[in-house]
Design a protein around this ligand. Sequence first.
Ligand SMILES: [Cu+2]
Length: 123
Amino acid sequence: MQRHAPARGAKEARRGGRRRFLAALGAAGLAWHRIGAGAEAAKTHRVVIQGLKYQPETLRVRRGDTVLWVNDDPMPHTVTAAGHFDSRSIDAGKSWRYVARRAGTYGYVCTLHSTMRGSLQVE
Ligand SMILES: [Cu+2]
């Protein structure tokens, strides 16, 4: 039993250290949030689907940003870049979000309406 006392002490010390580490991490996170509020913070971009068109047709985002396609048409559409991303059917009034993780230019189409084309540029 006596052997457990120092062990518990060490464990508590470790726990204390961990608490301090987490507190430091929290402070750093807050600082980062403040600095990043302008240029670096991930953004959400909106593309409205209306009148059989993606608006805007071409969108440029940064890696980590989210793109939200909102279907304002009375029929379903898709956002499909073969081999990269595919919303599948987005019903009227619904939306689909995609987090752009890889840099590149991705042309996409609506598989239900061949005239609908858009482009997502990820930097
Ligand atoms: Cu469509």
